[in-house]
Structures are given as C-alpha cells and as structure tokens.
Design a protein around this ligand. Structure first.
Ligand SMILES: C[S@@+](CC[C@H](N)C(=O)[O-])C[C@H]1O[C@@H](n2cnc3c(N)ncnc32)[C@H](O)[C@@H]1O
Length: 215
C-alpha cells in the first residue's frame, strides 16, 4: 500500500508538471558535456556487449531515449506518467514509449543489454528500492549494464535523506550505500562519476552517475 501511494503521488505530480519539465529539460544535454560523456560511455559498453536493446526507465519526455537512439542503441522509454509518455511520443514519433512502473516492468527476463535510470529512482522510498533493483537485474541480460543517476547525501553518515524536490518528495543516497544495494541485487559497480555541487546552477548536492554490470 505504501508503495502504491508513493508511486501514485509521483505519477500525478509528473502528469501535472510534464509540459514545464519538458520545456526545461528537453534540450538540456546540449549544454552538459559531462552528461553526454557518461552516456557515450554507457552506449559504448552496451554496444560492445552485442545486445543494443536499452530501456530508459523513468524516461520523462524522452529526450535521453532519443539521444541513446542517436548513439546507435535500440532504445525505448518507460514512464509512470501518461502525460510524460504522451509528450515523448509527440517529440519522438519514431521511438517506442510505454506507460509502466519500474517496480513491475512489462519486459521479459534477460532481454536488455542496458538499463538507464536517470533521476527516476529518486522518488521511490528507500524500503521499496530492492524491488526496483530486482527488476533492473531481471530484465538485463548477463553482462548487461545499468547507468543510474541520483543526488548524494551531504553527510556520509546518512545512508539516505528525504528532500523537498520541486515536483515530488524525493531521496538522496549515500553513493556507497546505493552501490551496496545494487550489489545485493546482483549488479556490481563498474565506475562512478561524481559531479561537485554547482550552486550557481541550482545544484546544491553532488550528482552521481553510477555504472554497474550484471555478471
Ligand atoms: C526527474 S524525472 C527524470 C526524467 C528523465 N529520466 C530525465 O533524465 O530527465 C523522473 C521521472 O521518473 C518517473 N518515475 C518516477 N517513479 C517511477 C516509477 N516507479 N516507475 C516509472 N517511472 C517513474 C516520473 O514520472 C518522471 O517522469
């Protein structure tokens, strides 16, 4: 029941915010060489694995799904918010976008070379995260990669911290703790990129992009 409440709250909040979110972020990769660089790395490691099927989970308006498509991957998007999926379909009519929940993916076992979760687990209460990481592990093929993005706690003694995100209640994570939870789900850290806080850019906390691999 708690899971349903948090999921519904995030979905309703993103339905309401979808046009404004898309307006703010659909061109954001253009001005972010670090984001493009880590997506390049992700696309390359997925590509060399020989399985280019990639799900962008919590894809929002689909701009990153389209970027991955442009990097040569067979990318599709899934999001809880029907309004986000509608915008993604309008912006990128050649790509596939589905409404769905990361906690119960309509994707067969072991079929994906890559999973991207970019700022999409931040609204999930920490006690519900193992179900979602279990789904990431289930849908990845052996050797498949996960790229997950989140904000770090500002004190290493805090494993998680709730914060007042502009759209819906969200959580920051200790990067080491999140990496441990991934490992518990069968996903081993390969690398991480940590961006220092950028107060002039309204980024008050470290941003973490963590690459992990299924054995
Ligand atoms: C901060 S936005 C990130 C959008 C996009 N990935 C990006 O990088 O701009 C978070 C997105 O995750 C979606 N989301 C949150 N929880 C979800 C869940 N449990 N299952 C599917 N989508 C979810 C929201 O609807 C929202 O579109």
């Amino acid at each position: 029941m708690v899971e349903h409440d948090a999921f519904s709250a995030a979905r309703e909040a993103y339905d309401a915010a979808a046009p404004a979110y898309a307006h703010l972020f659909r061109d954001s990769l253009r001005d972010s060489p670090l984001d493009r660089a880590i997506l390049d790395v992700f696309a390359e490691v997925v590509g060399v694995s020989g399985n280019d099927q990639v799900a962008d989970l919590g894809c929002g308006p689909g701009h990153v799904t389209a970027h991955l498509d442009g990097l040569g991957l067979a990318a599709f998007g899934v999001d809880a918010s029907p309004a986000m999926i509608e915008l993604a379909r309008q912006d990128h009519p050649g790509l596939r976008f589905d409404v769905g929940s990361m906690a119960a993916l309509d994707i067969a076992d072991g079929v994906l070379g890559g999973v991207l979760s970019r700022w999409s687990v931040i609204h999930t209460p920490p006690q519900e995260i193992p179900v979602i990481f279990g789904e990431f592990h289930r849908v990845l093929a052996p050797g498949g990669h996960l790229l997950i993005c989140f904000s770090a706690t500002d004190d290493p003694s805090h494993l998680t911290q709730a914060f007042d995100h502009a759209v819906a209640l969200a959580y920051r994570w200790s990067p080491d703790h999140l990496a441990t939870m991934l490992r518990t789900s069968g996903l081993t850290e390969v690398a991480r990129m940590v961006r220092a806080p950028q107060p002039t850019d309204h980024r008050q906390f470290q941003e973490v992009q963590l690459l992990a691999r299924k054995a």
